[in-house]
Design a protein around this ligand. Structure first.
Ligand code: FAD
Length: 410
């Protein structure tokens, strides 16, 4: 009860601060520098009175950003929450950034888009190694196999850490080089525990869980839509990654089995038949997951991280630069569309008024927009400090009345 009151008031305090964050540019937020110099761990410790509320908030941050809260800027977290529609919106399924799944898996989207372009437009297995913008009107991109492409503008739609792996002529401006070194990827291993049957469904459970103990923080039912391959997918995040990484398969199966047996309260959880894991930090050209997080000193480095190069001929996209839903696919699409429009402005195919315009997405037919408001009880529930002060004052008042009555009877 006390923990719930505390968590509610901490989340209300965070949402009040979130409303003050500048949507387009976090550095313009009132009190930006002070908020930025505080880590998320420091801020949560300041806002929460109880260990229960603190631990839930730490777990929530790890789930969204796959980072230890002591590594992330509080301003960065507030900005992330603002861009993603508030604390509620992030955690709710309906209308949240992760409200939909792609039938057939997300991996089919890029090939389907590529198939609509003229043959040979999308070239795979061609990491870009150098970008030369010394010519005043063109940019030359050279791939690892030596093939060159010359263009009037180039869009770099890759994570900041990946931009560091390219050699630039001329060299990157110092502020950009410093900024790119700050924005690191989160750390995640995705685990898959396969069962003979989805026993959790028989218990009336959907398999989704968030847990602040054990070897995975977030789990979901990953059984195929036709009911084959019953599976619980679990994310090991941040400080759980090293433990999961070091485990042989048999030990991982035992540990995940014990975790799900305890979580779903059923001994069948132990009967894991097979495990699989995806280590996102071993994806050379991505470098981690789920996305890049905001370092302390965001105010110093944000503008340089997103700034274009070579007088606008090299544009920066990628989900990190999105104004809406950064860190998610939605954000990547928004950033890509903006960079594409800016490229057309740069080569004179669109008027300069189109520069940096952000499209408002049309409403999804399958998932119409639903307002997500705090309930009146949540909004008006006192904070733990006022609850304690109020309870103390009430008890003092009652004690004073009793004392008065007692002395008047004498
Ligand atoms: C495990 C996991 C789960 C996720 N779950 C969700 C979810 O449920 N919902 C959601 O919305 N988002 C989710 N995300 C986040 C989402 O995948 C990212 O936000 C999104 O893919 C970012 O898109 P992007 O275009 O910015 O970058 P990327 O998708 O990283 O694309 C960049 C591409 O550039 C390539 N590249 C890098 N360097 C070079 C180079 N030098 N030359 C050529 N190519 C290069 C990379 O190989 C990569 O293919 C998840 C991410 C992970 C890892």
């Amino acid at each position: 009860m006390i923990g719930t009151i505390d968590l509610n008031s901490a989340m209300q305090a965070v949402d009040r601060l979130v409303k003050s964050v500048d949507t387009d540019d976090p550095t313009q937020t009132p009190n930006a520098v002070a908020l930025d110099r505080e880590t998320v761990r420091e801020a949560i410790t300041r806002l929460c009175w109880t260990a229960e509320a603190r631990d839930i908030m730490f777990t929530a941050v790890a789930c969204c950003c796959a980072v230890d809260p002591s590594e992330m800027s509080f301003l960065g977290l507030l900005w992330y929450i603002r861009q993603n529609g508030g604390t509620r919106r992030i955690f709710e399924t309906e209308n949240g950034a992760q409200d939909s799944k792609v039938v057939g898996g997300y991996g089919i989207v890029a090939p389907m888009m590529a198939a609509r372009l003229p043959a040979g437009t999308v070239r795979l297995n061609k990491p870009v190694r150098t970008i030369d913008s010394r010519d005043a009107t063109t940019v030359t991109v050279t791939c690892s196999d030596g093939e060159r492409f010359v263009a009037r503008t180039v869009v770099l739609a890759i994570a900041p850490v990946q931009q560091l792996r390219i050699e630039y002529h001329p060299a990157l401006p110092p502020a950009k080089l410093q900024a790119l070194q700050q924005f690191k990827m989160g750390n995640t291993i995705k685990t898959f525990a396969y069962y003979d049957a989805p026993f959790w469904r028989e218990l009336g459970l959907n398999g989704s869980a968030v847990c602040d103990t054990g070897i995975v923080a977030v789990s979901m039912d990953d059984t195929k839509p036709d009911g084959t391959l019953p599976c619980i997918m679990g994310f090991a995040l941040s400080d759980q990654v090293a433990t999961v990484d070091a485990m042989p398969d048999a030990e991982l199966a035992r540990s995940l089995g014990a975790h799900y047996a305890a979580l779903f309260g059923d001994a069948r959880g132990h009967c894991v038949r097979r495990v699989k894991r995806s280590r996102w930090a071993s994806e050379t050209w991505i470098g981690g997951a789920l996305a890049t997080w905001s370092p302390v000193c965001l105010t110093t480095h944000y503008k340089a991280m997103t700034a274009s190069l070579a007088e606008g001929r090299i544009l920066i996209a990628g989900t990190e630069t999105a104004r809406r839903n950064p860190g998610y696919v939605d954000g990547a699409v928004e950033a890509g569309e903006r960079a594409g429009r800016n490229a057309l402005v740069q080569i004179g195919k669109l008027p300069s008024s189109a520069r940096d315009a952000v499209d408002i997405p049309c409403e999804s037919v399958q998932m119409p927009f639903v307002p997500l408001e705090w309930t009146p009880l949540e909004r008006w529930l006192p904070s733990l400090s006022s609850f304690i002060v109020g309870a103390g004052a009430t008890m003092a008042g009652v004690a004073a009345v009793l004392a008065l009555r007692h002395s008047s009877r004498r």
